[in-house]
Design a protein around this ligand. Structure first.
Ligand code: NDP
Length: 604
């Protein structure tokens, strides 16, 4: 595109009118109850949490001692376990509420489930396990198999406790170890403790009046009932839905992926929408083994991770190898900024350039709806009126097309949500829709208390609870260490790199860091390792110099990215990453752990 054409297409956008539309659409959706609008799944709703995939096996409680215990058998536990084994620590026990490893990928087996970040960088330990991803964006069964492969390769199955939830965690000051109790009667000790329970693991239901009264079949997408629908997670046709009228409530990233499968299978499908997702091009393709062999030379995955982060996190990488939706977003913003004359690259003008790039992108996404969806009114209702990072961006090449199927109907609630659930179906705009089955694609708890989601609190030195230590917000060093909680490590992105477009990269780095620390402690026979208060305070102070996140914002349409449109609590300002960015963090943490000084930690 020449500069003149670029300028012409850019000036055609009426920014003022668009912003007014964005605000009007947001206002329609703002509600006073914020996160409280959702139902916690318990009591008479508890059946929505049952594991449909693996039968629970009775076992004797364990009462022994391990060197390292980890809560959560998803990517965090697996990569930390793997790095520990590589460091020579093999006495590891992973405790997991699901019936196998996999975390998110254990539970989310809905038809069409797929990774939105390119598999080459999303799937952890590909090089170590010798696995070549089959597609640019792998489907869920392959990702689950990768989790199982890691578990087998590093022998993490032998000591794991599945279908087990931790109920109590207490620091035993006298013996310098953690006491761990579970809902299966286990009571064992661990010299070191890791936690990686993930951000999106507790399903939630919409607080729609009458939800318990529905007499048909219903389930949450993270507990897909293939016995009822037929088919399988690998894409087998949902043949038992052929004569069924089905409603799917919610149109977030999950719904976008499973709607095409439902549309093909059901006699009638109602897609019930409160806010449309932005759905950009997917362009998935198989990975060519010859090409893979040519690039998969030693150290390849690290190089790819670095290339992605450099392109994604705003630095200037030479070439974009990954070329996915996330790097596209960054490339556009960068190119806008580079188009500014050097003397105009002020924060104000750069922000304006970012905003322009966003308007342009969203106009493209809305135009894509018109180009695919045949029914005009449906197309109009499927358009997302907000900035792209207000909500989780989606990428799919069959979702919008599904609305051209004769049996598929968009039920748009004009931002209001479902009015009520009845014995026979659901009500929107005063109209009752009779259905045989309701599928809740209503997402996962995000803004609730950490202890409510985890199911436990951590009781550290002198009886200090983690919920007390974090009463005014999360306080750590590197997002891993908390003062007052010796020998405990947290594996997650916040207060570290905070690279949300590729969460596994954060986890793999944290795993490597923890393994280096524990190896050091074991080699020198230290009983305890703990971050000093000064080091933690200094890290928190550094974090507070962060300009803030680009996702969400109070003027966005509500969702979990912006605390459902409610004023964020003062504690939210601590939910940030290293101020210099993800790329700089990974470089910093690599040097920190390899220096052998572990500055800020006290070993005794
Ligand atoms: P979300 O929380 O993103 O979506 C929930 C949906 O339910 C929204 O569309 C929401 O509408 C709707 N909803 C809530 N209450 C009501 C109501 N009362 N009436 C009607 N609709 C309602 O959950 P998802 O499971 O889709 O996704 C969660 C996250 O999981 C994603 O953001 C993503 O991070 C991750 N994910 C990743 C995938 C990948 O990498 N491939 C795939 C799937 C999920 P509203 O928007 O108005 O609140």
């Amino acid at each position: 595109m020449t500069q003149a054409t670029k300028d012409a297409s850019r000036s055609a956008i009426d920014k003022k009118a668009l912003l007014a539309k964005y605000i009007a659409e947001r206002d329609k959706r703002l509600r006073a109850d914020g996160n409280a609008q959702y139902l916690q799944i318990k009591d008479q709703l508890a059946h929505y949490l049952e594991d449909p995939y693996t039968p629970r096996v009775e076992r004797e409680p364990v009462t022994d001692h391990v060197t390292f215990a980890f809560i959560g058998g998803g990517f965090a536990g697996l990569v930390t376990g793997a790095r520990l084994v590589e460091a020579g620590i093999t006495d590891i026990r992973i405790i997991e509420k699901g019936g196998d490893f996999g975390g998110t990928w254990y539970w989310n087996r809905y038809p069409g489930a797929q990774c939105d970040t390119a598999s080459m960088i999303y799937m952890p330990l590909l090089e170590e396990t010798g696995h070549m991803p089959s597609e640019k964006y792998a489907h869920a069964p392959e990702i689950l198999e990768q989790c199982q492969r890691i578990g087998r390769k590093y022998d993490l199955y032998k000591n794991a406790l599945f279908h087990t939830e931790v109920s109590e965690l207490n620091w035993d000051e006298k013996n310098s170890r953690w006491l761990i109790k579970t809902n299966r009667g286990d009571a064992f000790t661990a010299r070191f403790l890791g936690m990686g329970t993930g951000p999106l693991h507790v399903p939630k239901l919409p607080g729609i009046p009458g939800i318990e009264s529905f007499k048909g079949h219903s389930f949450h997408t993270s507990r897909w009932d293939y016995d009822y629908t037929g088919g399988d997670p690998k894409g087998g046709k949902l043949s038992k839905l052929a004569n069924k009228r089905v409603a799917i409530i919610g149109t977030g990233a999950t719904s976008v992926q499973c709607v095409p499968h439902l549309a093909r299978a059901c006699s009638t499908l109602y897609v019930v929408q409160r806010t449309p997702s932005s759905v950009d091009v997917r362009a998935n393709k198989p990975i060519d083994p010859e090409w893979f062999e040519s690039i998969a030379t030693p150290g390849w995955q690290k190089r790819w991770l670095e290339n992605f982060t450099a392109n994604q996190a705003g630095n200037m990488a030479e070439e974009d190898w990954v070329m996915d939706g996330w790097t596209d977003l960054s490339r556009r913003i960068r190119s806008r900024i580079m188009d500014l004359p050097a003397d105009k690259r002020t924060p104000h003008d750069m922000l304006a350039a970012y905003e322009d790039s966003d308007f342009e992108k969203m106009e493209e996404i809305r135009a894509r709806v018109d180009s695919i969806v045949k029914d005009e009114a449906t197309a109009q209702n499927l358009k997302a009126w907000y900035r792209q990072l207000c909500k989780r961006p989606c990428f799919h090449d069959a979702y919008l097309q599904a609305f051209n199927e004769p049996g598929t109907h968009l039920v748009d609630t004009d931002g209001k949500g479902v009015e009520k659930i009845t014995e026979r179906g659901f009500v929107v705009g005063g109209v009752e829709y009779d259905v045989d089955c309701i599928i809740y694609a209503s997402g996962f708890e995000v803004g609730t208390e950490f202890t409510r989601r985890a199911g436990f609190d951590l009781v550290g030195r002198d009886g200090l609870k983690l919920s007390q230590a974090w009463a005014d917000g999360m306080k750590t060093k590197h997002g891993i260490h908390v003062h007052g909680f010796p020998n405990a490590f947290i594996v997650q992105p916040t207060q570290g790199a905070n690279l949300i477009s590729n969460v596994p990269h954060n986890l793999t780095e944290a795993g490597a860091t923890i393994a280096a620390i524990i190896k050091h402690a074991v080699a020198h026979d230290y009983k305890e390792v703990e971050v000093t208060k000064e080091a933690q305070d200094a890290w928190v102070e550094l974090l507070l110099t962060n300009a803030g996140m680009m996702i969400g914002s109070p003027d966005c349409t509500p969702g979990y990215y912006n605390n459902e449109g409610q004023t964020p609590s003062p504690a939210a300002k601590l939910n940030v990453g290293y101020p210099a960015g993800a790329m700089a963090y990974f470089k910093y943490i690599d040097e920190w752990r390899n220096s052998g000084d572990f500055e800020g930690l006290a070993f005794s």
